[in-house]
Ligand binder design. Sequence first.
Ligand code: SAM
Ligand code: SF4
Length: 442
Amino acid sequence: MSGKTFYIETFGCQMNAHDSEKVIGTLMDRGYSQVERPEDAGLVLYNTCSIRDKAEQKVFHRLQQFQRAAGKGKLFAVLGCVAQQEGEKIFDRAPHVGLVAGSASYTRLGEMLGRLESGERRVTGLSLVTDETFDTPFTRRDNPHRAYITIIEGCDKSCAYCVVPFTRGPERSRASHSVMAETRRLAGQGYSEIQLLGQNVNSYRDPSHARWDFATLLGRVAEIPGICRVRYTTSHPRDFGKDIVDAMDAHATICDHVHLPVQSGSTRVLAAMDRLYTREDYDQRIAWLKNARRRYSITTDIIVGFPGETESDFEETLDLLDAVEYDSLFSFKYSPRPNTSALSLGDRIPEEEKQRRLAILQEKQRAIQIRRNAELIGSVREVLVEGRNQALEQWIGRTSDNRTLNFAGAGANGPSLLGKYVSVRVTRSGPNSLVGESVTVV
Ligand code: SAM
Ligand code: SF4
């Protein structure tokens, strides 16, 4: 190995991004230093995603690119969902890989790395039998102002299209005192925004004697001195109770945004997907949010072309977009995944038809976003400054309701505004972001 250097590339969701922060911390604790290019690293790690077929293919392309480098002492590790899903088959497909480990095994990462370092050729961590969460003091956070905190890992639902229960294992929650202690420590280090993470944060069940539910944990985290913003993702509509909206209403530090993935507007398709709620149940959750004390932005995930989705089912999804007027959405063509129950469903939708529905859906949503964002022109919003676009000479800010609001103005050529809260007047809008001018630094 060329010194103790590593390169890591992360694919997929925020859970993976945060897992990588913990993996990086663990590696650094073992004396490794991070490099920017795989060519310069002794150990190359891919933290993978298998939620859709395309994401899965990427990692095999990467591994092929570096096959020849393996002979020169470079070590390769495949972590995350593809590792869990493909297991030891990865060694057959890419014989230069030395470590294959799913996220449920990361508590043993130090030990597995030790075996790899001492020359073992095929180290695996593939057991899903665990009640542990990956809590480590060595997390190496990327962002100096916003910190992710995992509160629940795995998933006990069995949505017909989804690999997550097979790749991330059973649901297990982290003790509330551990979440609170980490948040206090982060606040002490200057982090002002906390994002609570889990595949389904609403089914959080505190394993400690305090027995807090999610709404209680959310409220308590929001009360920690120094914390100005709390976000959470993802919510499953079935477990999204009114108590969560009440906790948001009661705490101004909880951000004005809820991500509530619906997947389809048709009760028939929701039943085929095993989502455990109907369109009416979902409409009720939206009504709670629309009737709340504050105005919350609502975003969602939608899958088009699930097996058996008719034109009229699809139109129900389009109706839902009109009814809710989402502030943003992630939309996907259904992708058949290994092990999932939807594989046995007939009536597959042809690829061109999925593409047609996706284009219609995205066009409709774009028009909604253009209209909704234009309504904000003239208003003053508080942003947390997250970056700087040198080419445009603008600061990049994020509002509490999760919009990107960029601005020129005071400070652009003076002291850095990074990490500061700034009031910004919105002057222009587009489908995906806003532009404005700063009023005051809070
Ligand atoms: N736990 C979250 C929930 O229940 O909504 C979702 C987690 S998943 C990482 C993120 C999104 O990927 C899902 O909401 C869904 O829209 C999409 N997705 C998952 N499996 C998919 C598949 N097989 N094909 C297309 N999209 C998929
Ligand atoms: Fe996948 Fe459903 Fe679990 Fe979300 S709730 S991670 S979509 S199985």
